[in-house]
Design a protein around this ligand. Structure first.
Ligand code: HAM
Length: 417
């Protein structure tokens, strides 16, 4: 028997209410923050991700799904959304729009080849928001506020917002030198990956999850202590802005993120359980990326969060889904004469904008009622010979057990109430 690929899941009908709830909440919030929706392809030329996410990142080195298409071009299933949104921004000349251009995506599938476990999948989905074209710290604050409000509106509690500044091309080289100088004496104690990172991507030394490497990160030089004047101002304004909005945060000096395009602000939101694998969402500023992709220098900031992880945390915290109030009528009938009337009634209900189906045919009323009970219906509509004679239908409200007779023509209104 075939199975879904490892690390990729079917989203079954029973799970869809969670997805709908998150998508509606996110779309509503994004619109309130004046973000406009964009959807980009699920694959892009491989070079786009190599240039943006970075050659020496775990994502590009170990996690991409890359293939040559039939014309021999190298394509990659997108591991993240930011690079593609920037590509679209450039391709469609969005720089002529009033800046910043605010864009969001919903239920955007992403692909990373990683060891699957709870909350970590090979195909997962993100809510993603990007504000392109404004260098001010107020937009960093806005993006963090958007993320924070999303979690808050969904009802998640006890989350931690971690922030850091990793500087810009003016101050980062000196910081990387300091980091290398500090780690040089410890190389023998570090894992193989970190020995490589020391040469290719020293910032990522701070991010190693191995217990043998972590103590060294704790005492390492801190990027926020070595910022140039403009980065320091930005860093201060970011924290002031978060305080003004009463968004609680903690500075985490080891936070560097797993993608290379960040400058200045980086942030992550963590649930109460420990561990990087559980990060609910993250993002930051990426002032160099659009230029790196061939555009004019254009500052930008954004964030993404994983929908599967949101659902996992909502369930863990025992948060119930808000009831979907939509009425759902199932029509049961007894006797052959009632069947065409039931058929027409279900069609009338649907035309009136309601959700309605017939109970399975050829079954006893008892079996039909059993089906109705299990179907998630809000109303059972029962048609028998008596009802036919009187031109009425019996409507049973399943939540209360109340039953009443209603003229057939009034059934849609009776259920919609
Ligand atoms: P990221 O931190 O790589 O950032 O991913 C964002 C979120 O996607 C994570 O916090 C997590 O919730 C979810 N996620 C990542 N990997 C997996 C996985 N294997 N399984 C399930 N969920 C996962 C980015 O992708 C950046 N593009 C965010 C950004 C937007 N930065 C600026 N703008």
């Amino acid at each position: 028997m075939y199975k879904a690929p490892r690390g990729a899941a079917d989203i079954l009908p029973g799970e869809q209410p969670w997805w709908r709830h998150i998508e509606r909440t996110a779309a509503d919030l994004c619109q309130r923050f004046a973000y406009r929706r964009i959807d980009t392809p699920i694959f892009e030329s491989s070079a786009l991700f190599h240039r943006s996410v970075g050659e020496a990142t775990d994502i590009v080195e170990k996690e991409t799904y890359t293939f040559d298409d039939r014309s021999g071009d190298s394509m990659t299933l997108r591991p993240e959304g930011t690079a593609a949104v920037c590509r679209a921004y450039l391709e469609h000349g969005m720089h002529v729009l009033p800046l910043p251009v605010r864009l969001y995506s919903l239920r955007a599938p992403m692909f990373r080849y990683d060891r699957p476990q709870a909350g970590r999948y090979r195909q997962f989905h993100q809510v993603n928001a990007e504000a392109i074209g404004d260098a001010g710290a107020a937009v960093d604050v806005e993006v963090i506020e958007l993320a924070w409000r999303l979690f808050e509106t969904l009802g998640l509690r006890n989350l931690s917002l971690l922030i850091n500044s990793i500087g810009d091309p003016a101050c980062r080289p000196a910081y990387l030198d300091a980091l290398r100088a500090y780690y040089q004496g410890h190389l023998a104690s570090l894992c193989g990956d970190c020995n490589k990172r020391y040469h290719t991507n020293p910032l990522r030394l701070l991010d190693c999850k191995k217990p043998t490497c972590q103590p060294f990160a704790q005492d390492a030089p801190r990027s926020a202590d070595m910022l140039c004047e403009p980065c320091r101002d930005h860093w201060r304004q970011l924290q002031d802005g978060l305080r003004i909005l009463s968004i609680p945060f903690a500075v985490e000096h080891r936070l560097v993120r797993g993608l290379d395009y960040y400058t200045r602000t980086v942030f992550e939101v963590q649930p109460p359980e420990e561990g990087g694998q559980s990060t609910l969402g993250g993002g930051g500023r990426y002032d160099g990326l659009i230029q790196q992709l061939g555009g004019n220098p254009t500052p930008a900031v954004g964030f993404a969060c994983g929908i599967e992880r949101l659902i996992l945390n909502l369930k863990r915290q025992g948060i119930a889904l808000p009831p979907e109030s939509e009425a759902f009528a199932v029509v049961a009938c007894m006797g052959d004469a009632a069947r065409p009337v039931a058929l027409k009634l279900a069609a009338d209900l649907r035309r009136a904008g309601l959700r309605a189906v017939l109970a399975p045919s050829g079954k006893s009323l008892k079996a039909q009622m059993r089906y109705i009970g299990a179907s998630g219906a809000t109303h059972a509509l029962i048609l028998g010979d008596d009802e036919l004679r009187q031109g009425v239908v019996a409507i049973k409200t399943l939540a209360t057990g109340d039953q009443r007779l209603v003229p057939l023509a009034d059934a849609p209104a009776a259920i919609a109430l």
